[in-house]
Design a protein around this ligand. Structure first.
Ligand code: RRO
Length: 300
């Protein structure tokens, strides 16, 4: 199922969700077999910021009946650590590299895009807009007007394709997608995690005691699949740029449903934690599913 996406030739439509697959650790653990049978058609890095960050105090994860709440808090080596230590390793992957960046101000984001633009190993940039604005405290991506202003300011800083990773924690994600498109985004990706809270399972108190060290977190996994389908469908009706759809994908059928809703690519996220090789199975199921449907249509 080869396809073109933002000028890139991809072998199939399955990629990873940012921060859900550590390709460097996978290669260390499983050796070059990971490169030979790499499960994704493009690789999306974990989000990087301008300066290094330690991330949130533990606990960082909480399992719910049908999903996972994370409060990782963006631990990363910072731009220079990423370029020096991670990029040489990620450049050895057999697929195009998409670097995910985030910043609390347009200036931070502009600096990140400029640095990324200078590196030929990077095929495209994904801008994570689930970041609180330093002045307002609101996520940059939650307000279409602010999102449009920020994307318009940073867009000229890179000639590489720019994907805006939308937040689902917005009144109207389709309006945010339209704003990103108007400001020059080449694609949008969605959904990021839904804001969620896990009370401490043993300590009942007033005010309530949070389980997660970061207080609140983001919910992902099967629990959010129907939300992802609704948001991808709504966004597809409002923008002409391609969509990377994700949220609770566990099977080829789930991937097909996101493609039907209007996505061009489908990202596998939380399921990678259960089985780092799962994307290979999802891709094979999707291929069989599409073939079977074509054959049935040809017979009809
Ligand atoms: O690092 C995180 O806690 C995190 C990020 Br940056 C994000 O975009 N989405 C998420 O669920 N967790």
């Amino acid at each position: 199922m080869p396809l073109r996406f933002l000028g890139l030739e991809l072998a199939h439509p399955i990629v990873n969700g940012s921060g859900t697959y550590d390709a460097i650790a996978a290669r260390r653990a499983f050796g070059d077999a990971v490169l030979e049978r790499f499960p994704f058609s493009a690789f999306v890095s974990k989000t990087i910021t301008l300066e290094p960050r330690a991330g949130n105090p533990p606990p960082r994860l909480y399992e719910t009946p049908a999903g996972l709440i994370n409060s990782i808090g963006l631990p990363n080596k910072g731009l220079h650590g990423y370029l020096e230590h991670d990029l040489p390793e990620l450049a050895r992957l057999p697929v195009p590299l998409i670097t995910n960046v985030m910043g609390p101000t347009a200036d931070d984001i502009a600096a990140l895009l400029e640095a990324v633009d200078a590196r030929p190993e990077i095929a495209a940039v994904e801008l994570n807009v689930s970041c609180p604005n330093v002045k307002t405290g609101l996520d940059i991506g939650a307000d279409p007007r602010e999102l449009e202003a920020v994307v318009a300011r940073v867009r000229p800083r890179t000639a590489k394709p720019l994907i805006v990773k939308l937040t689902p924690n917005a009144a109207d994600p389709a309006a945010a997608a339209q704003a990103a498109e108007a400001a020059g985004a080449d694609a949008v990706s969605l959904i990021n995690t839904l804001r969620a809270y896990a009370p401490h399972p043993r300590i009942r108190s007033q005010p309530p005691t949070a389980w997660l060290g970061g207080g609140t977190g983001g919910l992902s996994g099967p629990a959010v699949r129907a939300v992802a389908l609704a948001q991808v469908r709504a966004v597809a009706q409002r923008v002409a740029i391609p969509i990377v759809g994700m949220g609770g994908v566990q099977t080829g059928r789930h991937a097909a449903q996101l493609l039907d809703a209007g996505a061009t690519l489908v990202a596998v996220g939380t399921e990678n934690f259960r089985d780092p090789a799962v994307a290979g199975r999802i891709r094979a199921e999707l291929r069989d599913f599409v073939r079977k449907e074509r054959a049935e249509r040809a017979r009809a």
